[in-house]
Design a protein around this ligand. Structure first.
Ligand SMILES: Nc1ncnc2c1ncn2[C@@H]1O[C@H](COP(=O)(O)OP(=O)(O)OP(=O)(O)O)[C@@H](O)[C@H]1O
Ligand SMILES: [Mg+2]
Length: 241
Protein backbone atom coordinates (compact mmCIF):
# COMPACT_ATOMS: atom_id res chain seq x y z
CA UNK A 1 0.00 0.00 0.00
CA UNK A 2 1.28 3.47 -0.80
CA UNK A 3 1.93 6.09 1.87
CA UNK A 4 -1.09 8.11 3.04
CA UNK A 5 0.32 11.38 1.66
CA UNK A 6 2.85 11.55 -1.17
CA UNK A 7 4.47 14.83 -2.10
CA UNK A 8 6.23 14.41 -5.42
CA UNK A 9 8.59 17.01 -6.84
CA UNK A 10 6.51 19.95 -5.64
CA UNK A 11 7.64 23.47 -6.47
CA UNK A 12 5.72 26.67 -5.84
CA UNK A 13 6.85 29.98 -7.26
CA UNK A 14 5.71 33.45 -6.25
CA UNK A 15 7.04 35.70 -8.99
CA UNK A 16 10.76 34.98 -9.02
CA UNK A 17 10.79 33.40 -5.56
CA UNK A 18 10.83 29.62 -5.21
CA UNK A 19 8.94 29.19 -1.92
CA UNK A 20 9.12 25.41 -2.55
CA UNK A 21 11.66 23.81 -4.81
CA UNK A 22 11.29 20.18 -5.96
CA UNK A 23 10.16 18.88 -2.56
CA UNK A 24 9.54 15.12 -2.31
CA UNK A 25 8.57 13.11 0.76
CA UNK A 26 5.86 10.79 2.09
CA UNK A 27 3.79 10.75 5.26
CA UNK A 28 2.99 7.21 6.44
CA UNK A 29 -0.38 6.27 7.92
CA UNK A 30 -0.56 6.79 11.67
CA UNK A 31 2.69 8.76 11.88
CA UNK A 32 3.41 12.21 13.22
CA UNK A 33 5.63 13.97 10.69
CA UNK A 34 7.34 17.12 11.95
CA UNK A 35 8.05 19.83 9.38
CA UNK A 36 10.75 22.24 10.53
CA UNK A 37 13.03 24.93 9.16
CA UNK A 38 13.83 28.62 9.51
CA UNK A 39 11.30 31.43 9.00
CA UNK A 40 10.36 31.71 5.34
CA UNK A 41 11.57 28.16 4.55
CA UNK A 42 8.26 27.26 2.85
CA UNK A 43 6.55 25.24 5.60
CA UNK A 44 3.20 27.04 5.54
CA UNK A 45 3.35 27.16 1.74
CA UNK A 46 3.66 23.38 1.73
CA UNK A 47 0.50 23.10 3.86
CA UNK A 48 -1.21 25.52 1.47
CA UNK A 49 -0.30 23.29 -1.45
CA UNK A 50 -1.39 20.09 0.33
CA UNK A 51 -4.77 21.50 1.30
CA UNK A 52 -5.39 23.07 -2.11
CA UNK A 53 -5.09 26.72 -1.09
CA UNK A 54 -2.39 27.02 -3.77
CA UNK A 55 -1.82 24.71 -6.70
CA UNK A 56 1.77 23.53 -7.07
CA UNK A 57 3.70 25.26 -9.87
CA UNK A 58 5.28 21.87 -10.55
CA UNK A 59 4.85 18.40 -9.10
CA UNK A 60 1.94 16.46 -7.66
CA UNK A 61 0.38 15.50 -4.33
CA UNK A 62 -1.36 12.16 -3.72
CA UNK A 63 -3.60 11.23 -0.79
CA UNK A 64 -4.64 7.60 -0.36
CA UNK A 65 -3.18 6.99 -3.81
CA UNK A 66 -5.45 9.61 -5.41
CA UNK A 67 -4.07 12.76 -6.99
CA UNK A 68 -5.32 15.75 -5.00
CA UNK A 69 -3.20 18.57 -6.42
CA UNK A 70 -5.51 20.66 -8.57
CA UNK A 71 -8.52 20.09 -6.29
CA UNK A 72 -10.13 22.88 -4.26
CA UNK A 73 -9.66 23.14 -0.46
CA UNK A 74 -13.23 22.00 0.30
CA UNK A 75 -12.77 18.96 -1.92
CA UNK A 76 -9.50 18.04 -0.20
CA UNK A 77 -11.11 18.55 3.21
CA UNK A 78 -13.97 16.26 2.17
CA UNK A 79 -11.39 13.62 1.18
CA UNK A 80 -10.07 13.71 4.75
CA UNK A 81 -7.34 16.34 5.21
CA UNK A 82 -8.04 19.07 7.79
CA UNK A 83 -5.73 21.88 8.85
CA UNK A 84 -5.21 24.60 11.40
CA UNK A 85 -3.81 28.03 10.61
CA UNK A 86 -0.66 29.70 11.94
CA UNK A 87 -2.73 32.77 12.79
CA UNK A 88 -5.79 31.54 14.65
CA UNK A 89 -9.02 32.75 13.13
CA UNK A 90 -12.09 31.11 14.61
CA UNK A 91 -15.38 32.87 13.97
CA UNK A 92 -14.84 35.33 16.78
CA UNK A 93 -18.36 36.17 17.92
CA UNK A 94 -19.63 32.61 17.73
CA UNK A 95 -19.53 30.45 20.80
CA UNK A 96 -16.97 27.69 21.06
CA UNK A 97 -19.72 25.10 20.50
CA UNK A 98 -21.14 26.84 17.41
CA UNK A 99 -17.66 27.15 15.90
CA UNK A 100 -17.19 23.40 16.12
CA UNK A 101 -20.76 22.68 14.96
CA UNK A 102 -20.08 24.76 11.82
CA UNK A 103 -17.17 22.44 10.94
CA UNK A 104 -19.07 19.27 11.83
CA UNK A 105 -21.64 19.98 9.11
CA UNK A 106 -19.08 18.77 6.55
CA UNK A 107 -19.99 15.18 7.41
CA UNK A 108 -23.53 15.33 8.82
CA UNK A 109 -26.78 16.92 7.74
CA UNK A 110 -28.82 17.52 10.87
CA UNK A 111 -28.29 20.05 13.63
CA UNK A 112 -28.66 17.26 16.17
CA UNK A 113 -25.90 15.15 14.59
CA UNK A 114 -23.58 18.16 14.21
CA UNK A 115 -24.17 19.13 17.84
CA UNK A 116 -23.41 15.59 18.98
CA UNK A 117 -20.15 15.49 16.96
CA UNK A 118 -19.17 18.92 18.31
CA UNK A 119 -19.85 17.93 21.91
CA UNK A 120 -17.73 14.78 21.50
CA UNK A 121 -14.87 16.80 20.04
CA UNK A 122 -15.10 19.42 22.79
CA UNK A 123 -14.80 16.69 25.41
CA UNK A 124 -11.87 15.22 23.49
CA UNK A 125 -10.06 18.58 23.41
CA UNK A 126 -10.99 19.51 27.01
CA UNK A 127 -13.02 22.51 25.87
CA UNK A 128 -16.49 21.33 26.81
CA UNK A 129 -16.72 23.55 29.90
CA UNK A 130 -16.05 26.56 27.63
CA UNK A 131 -18.70 25.63 25.07
CA UNK A 132 -20.85 28.75 25.59
CA UNK A 133 -17.98 31.25 25.65
CA UNK A 134 -17.59 33.51 22.57
CA UNK A 135 -14.35 32.28 21.01
CA UNK A 136 -12.74 35.71 21.12
CA UNK A 137 -12.98 35.54 24.93
CA UNK A 138 -10.70 32.50 25.13
CA UNK A 139 -7.05 32.73 26.18
CA UNK A 140 -4.57 31.86 23.40
CA UNK A 141 -4.01 28.28 24.57
CA UNK A 142 -7.70 27.48 24.31
CA UNK A 143 -8.09 29.38 21.02
CA UNK A 144 -5.33 27.20 19.55
CA UNK A 145 -7.14 24.14 20.88
CA UNK A 146 -10.40 25.38 19.37
CA UNK A 147 -8.62 25.51 16.00
CA UNK A 148 -7.68 21.87 16.48
CA UNK A 149 -11.25 21.05 17.56
CA UNK A 150 -12.66 22.68 14.43
CA UNK A 151 -10.31 20.65 12.27
CA UNK A 152 -11.18 17.42 14.09
CA UNK A 153 -14.90 18.09 13.68
CA UNK A 154 -14.51 17.45 9.94
CA UNK A 155 -13.55 13.86 10.90
CA UNK A 156 -10.22 13.90 9.04
CA UNK A 157 -7.92 11.00 8.29
CA UNK A 158 -5.02 13.46 8.38
CA UNK A 159 -4.57 16.77 10.16
CA UNK A 160 -2.08 19.55 9.38
CA UNK A 161 -1.11 21.60 12.44
CA UNK A 162 0.64 24.93 11.75
CA UNK A 163 2.45 26.20 14.84
CA UNK A 164 -0.12 25.10 17.39
CA UNK A 165 2.38 25.84 20.16
CA UNK A 166 3.43 29.38 19.21
CA UNK A 167 2.94 31.79 22.11
CA UNK A 168 1.77 29.14 24.59
CA UNK A 169 3.00 29.02 28.16
CA UNK A 170 4.52 25.75 29.46
CA UNK A 171 1.22 24.52 30.95
CA UNK A 172 -0.65 25.21 27.72
CA UNK A 173 2.15 23.51 25.76
CA UNK A 174 1.79 20.36 27.86
CA UNK A 175 -1.97 20.35 27.31
CA UNK A 176 -1.39 20.68 23.57
CA UNK A 177 1.14 17.81 23.56
CA UNK A 178 -1.44 15.64 25.35
CA UNK A 179 -4.09 16.42 22.76
CA UNK A 180 -1.78 15.70 19.84
CA UNK A 181 -0.90 12.33 21.40
CA UNK A 182 -4.62 11.62 21.82
CA UNK A 183 -5.24 12.49 18.16
CA UNK A 184 -2.50 10.08 17.11
CA UNK A 185 -3.98 7.50 19.49
CA UNK A 186 -7.20 7.73 17.49
CA UNK A 187 -5.30 6.70 14.37
CA UNK A 188 -5.25 10.13 12.74
CA UNK A 189 -2.09 10.91 10.76
CA UNK A 190 -0.50 14.23 11.66
CA UNK A 191 1.83 16.67 9.92
CA UNK A 192 2.98 19.38 12.30
CA UNK A 193 4.96 22.59 11.76
CA UNK A 194 6.63 23.72 14.94
CA UNK A 195 9.57 25.82 16.10
CA UNK A 196 9.66 24.37 19.64
CA UNK A 197 12.38 21.77 19.24
CA UNK A 198 11.68 19.82 22.41
CA UNK A 199 8.07 19.40 21.35
CA UNK A 200 8.83 18.40 17.77
CA UNK A 201 11.63 16.02 18.73
CA UNK A 202 9.50 14.24 21.33
CA UNK A 203 6.30 14.02 19.24
CA UNK A 204 7.57 13.22 15.74
CA UNK A 205 8.08 9.78 14.23
CA UNK A 206 9.87 11.41 11.31
CA UNK A 207 11.04 14.92 10.55
CA UNK A 208 11.49 16.77 7.28
CA UNK A 209 13.63 19.92 7.24
CA UNK A 210 13.07 22.71 4.73
CA UNK A 211 15.47 25.56 4.04
CA UNK A 212 14.89 28.18 1.33
CA UNK A 213 12.15 25.98 -0.12
CA UNK A 214 14.33 22.88 -0.41
CA UNK A 215 14.25 19.69 1.60
CA UNK A 216 17.68 19.53 3.22
CA UNK A 217 17.11 16.54 5.51
CA UNK A 218 14.67 13.81 6.45
CA UNK A 219 14.81 11.12 9.11
CA UNK A 220 13.92 10.20 12.66
CA UNK A 221 14.43 12.88 15.34
CA UNK A 222 17.86 11.54 16.32
CA UNK A 223 19.12 11.56 12.72
CA UNK A 224 17.84 15.06 12.09
CA UNK A 225 19.19 16.45 15.35
CA UNK A 226 22.69 15.21 14.47
CA UNK A 227 22.65 16.23 10.80
CA UNK A 228 25.34 18.92 10.23
CA UNK A 229 23.30 20.58 7.46
CA UNK A 230 20.34 20.96 9.80
CA UNK A 231 22.46 22.26 12.65
CA UNK A 232 24.01 24.84 10.35
CA UNK A 233 20.77 25.99 8.72
CA UNK A 234 18.44 25.87 11.68
CA UNK A 235 19.21 24.08 14.92
CA UNK A 236 22.36 26.04 15.69
CA UNK A 237 20.40 28.93 17.13
CA UNK A 238 17.33 27.09 18.40
CA UNK A 239 18.83 24.06 20.21
CA UNK A 240 17.12 23.75 23.53
CA UNK A 241 14.45 26.35 22.68
N1 LIG B 1 1.08 34.42 -1.27
C1 LIG B 1 2.40 34.70 -1.32
N2 LIG B 1 2.87 35.63 -2.18
C2 LIG B 1 4.20 35.90 -2.23
N3 LIG B 1 5.14 35.31 -1.47
C3 LIG B 1 4.71 34.38 -0.58
C4 LIG B 1 3.32 34.02 -0.47
N4 LIG B 1 3.21 33.07 0.51
C5 LIG B 1 4.46 32.86 0.95
N5 LIG B 1 5.35 33.63 0.30
C6 LIG B 1 6.82 33.63 0.50
O1 LIG B 1 7.27 32.30 0.43
C7 LIG B 1 8.31 32.07 1.37
C8 LIG B 1 7.91 30.94 2.29
O2 LIG B 1 6.89 31.40 3.18
P1 LIG B 1 6.16 30.45 4.23
O3 LIG B 1 5.07 31.24 4.85
O4 LIG B 1 5.80 29.19 3.56
O5 LIG B 1 7.34 30.18 5.27
P2 LIG B 1 7.32 29.40 6.65
O6 LIG B 1 8.38 28.34 6.55
O7 LIG B 1 5.95 28.98 7.02
O8 LIG B 1 7.86 30.53 7.66
P3 LIG B 1 7.45 30.85 9.21
O9 LIG B 1 8.27 29.91 10.06
O10 LIG B 1 7.93 32.27 9.38
O11 LIG B 1 5.97 30.70 9.35
C9 LIG B 1 8.54 33.39 2.08
O12 LIG B 1 9.61 34.05 1.46
C10 LIG B 1 7.22 34.11 1.88
O13 LIG B 1 7.41 35.51 1.90
MG1 LIG C 1 4.64 29.46 8.50
Amino acid sequence: MSALLEIKGVSRFFGGLAALSDVTFNVERGDILGLIGPNGAGKTTLFNVVNGFYGPSQGEVFFNGKKISGLKPHQICALGIARTFQVVKPLQRMSVLDNVIASAYLRVKSKAQATKTAADILHFTDLYDDRDVPSKGLPLGKRKRLEIARALATRPEMILLDESFAGLNPTEQNECVDIIKRIKGNGITIMIIEHHMKVIMSLSDRIVVLNYGQKIAEGNPEEVRNNPLVIEAYLGDTQGA
